[in-house]
Write a new protein. Structure first.
Lengths: 288, 203
């Protein structure tokens, strides 16, 4: 979830020329200690209009926007606004305006999830849990301007947009026990898919009310219209266990699929409706 | 425990699945290779990883290396203190390829059945059989898994079919991307998303 390496603003794993296979364009970069990838699917007619230069420029704008967010919010950078706030050197009101925006969002997230999502859980202000999705949502403006189908994978949280009729994006949900395998495949034209879990690192999500690693839910995926909310809700469900499935206050349109610690798979009917219909149906118990 | 069992099943499948992705771009090789070599750790008897890695970037090598590499990694039922039932595959749709024939066969076409090594877990032995047809996984069967007591049976009755579904879909799902919990730098190297990114696309 959170950035782990101190300074991982490494160059793109793929050379900046990128891959363009069958009209598809893929670019990747490591920012915030996380892999980001951009996937473009130019429509047939757009393919002639969209030059490599236009694509390059849009991609660079996305990376730059993400790096700007990292400069403001990284808890690993001593000179970030967040670090300075934590040292008492900077007031929130004097920080970059986006800090206030993110903190307001975090406050709302805490209320909606009954405190399961809390950016001050560790005693200091650490909005890392919200910044990745927030930054990705902000950075995709340049891609939208290209006018073609795209998705942005922000360290496993996916923001997608497709205008092509009958060509939704197909996003696999990582299997909690195997990073190379899939639990399910969802189809969506526009919106987001976010997954949180404790699969690879024991208990990295803590229940802020107990300070202990949450138990009960190994992995939670949320699909919905908003990447920020999908990410917050998935995180909260993992932190809260099955208690976090009280969806009364959730923003509308968000569906969830979880794997519990004892291997059960539970999900909403709305999530089932988003599964790719051409694949063997994932068996899971439906929750309200 | 069961986690290991699940990992063994799906990793064996993922190993093959990774190679069925088109690797048409030149720079894709390294990432795909890394993903596979980390998968190998879970699969355990990884003697054939070197030739496998070499074939990765070869655009035509996909199905060929799939057949041979999986055959290789599945050959040695060496691990596990419990003798891995060395039974020839009685699976109905499994073609003639029993263990003996698979050993010497470099299968590029037709159907091949490969039994993975039996992995000893705290709850008993786990062994997986993979059926590969024309270089693609067509079935994954748990031929041996813990079922001593009721708890195990409950777990397995859910987990085994579930895993079987996902193992099949990973190579045929035509996914554009993957949503995962911890795509940190090192996790990403081993992830399916890195293979998708490197290959250009899944379809």
């Amino acid at each position: 979830m959170t950035a782990r390496s101190a300074v991982t603003d490494a160059p793109a794993t793929t050379p900046s020329t990128g891959a363009r296979t069958g009209g598809h364009v893929v670019r990747t970069a490591m920012i915030m200690g996380l892999p980001f990838s951009i996937h473009l699917r130019p429509a047939v007619r757009a393919q002639d209009i969209l030059t490599d230069e236009m694509i390059d420029e849009a991609v660079q704008q996305v990376w730059e926007s993400l790096r700007e967010s990292d400069r403001i919010f990284s808890t690993y950078r001593a000179d970030s606004d967040i670090s300075r706030i934590n040292r008492g050197e900077l007031a929130v009101a004097d920080a970059d305006p986006s800090v206030t925006e993110v903190l307001e969002l975090a406050g709302l997230a805490s209320r909606i999830t009954s405190g399961a999502f809390d950016v001050r859980a560790t005693g200091i202000l650490d909005p890392s849990g919200i910044v990745k999705a927030w930054a990705a949502s902000r950075a995709d403006t340049a891609l939208r301007a290209l006018g073609c189908d795209y998705y942005l994978n922000a360290g496993g949280d996916v923001l997608l947009r497709s205008r092509s009729v009958g060509r939704p994006w197909r996003i696999g949900i990582e299997h909690p026990h195997d990073p190379a395998g899939l639990l399910a495949v969802v189809q969506a034209s526009t919106g987001a898919v976010a997954t949180s879990g404790r699969s690879h690192r024991g208990g990295h999500i803590h229940d802020p009310r107990t300070g202990r690693p949450a138990t009960g839910v190994t992995q939670a995926s949320v699909v919905g219209p908003s990447l920020v909310w999908a990410d917050i809700l998935a995180t909260a469900v993992v932190a809260d266990g099955t208690r976090g499935l009280d969806r009364g206050q959730w923003p509308p349109g968000h569906q969830v699929l979880i794997v519990t610690d004892n291997g059960e798979v539970l999900g909403t009917q709305g999530f089932r409706d988003q599964l790719a219909p051409d694949l063997p149906a994932l068996r899971f118990s439906t929750i309200d | 425990m069961k986690r290991i069992a699940l990992a063994a099943i799906s990793t064996l499948a993922a190993l093959v699945a990774l190679f069925s992705y088109p690797t048409s771009t030149g720079q894709s090789g390294s990432v795909v290779a890394q993903a596979v070599s980390s998968a190998k750790i879970l699969t355990q008897p990884g003697t054939t990883s070197a030739p496998t890695t070499g074939q990765g970037p070869d655009p035509a090598g996909g199905s060929t290396s799939t057949g041979s590499s999986s055959g290789g990694s599945g050959q040695q039922p060496s691990s596990g203190s419990r003798p891995a039932s060395p039974s020839p595959s009685p699976s109905s749709n499994a073609a003639p390829g029993t263990q003996d024939s698979t050993t010497s066969q470099r299968a590029t076409t037709g159907s091949v059945t490969v039994d993975g090594a039996a992995e000893m877990t705290n709850y008993g032995a786990v062994q997986v059989r993979v059926v590969i047809t024309n270089g693609a996984i067509t079935d994954v069967i748990a031929v041996d898994y813990p079922q001593q007591d009721r708890t195990d049976q409950e777990i397995n009755s859910q987990a085994i079919p579930m895993l079987r579904n996902q193992a099949l879909s990973a190579q045929s799902a035509k996914i554009d991307g993957v949503s995962g919990a911890t795509f940190t730098t090192e996790g990403y190297i081993a992830s399916l998303q890195s293979a998708l990114d490197a290959a250009g696309f899944g379809k």
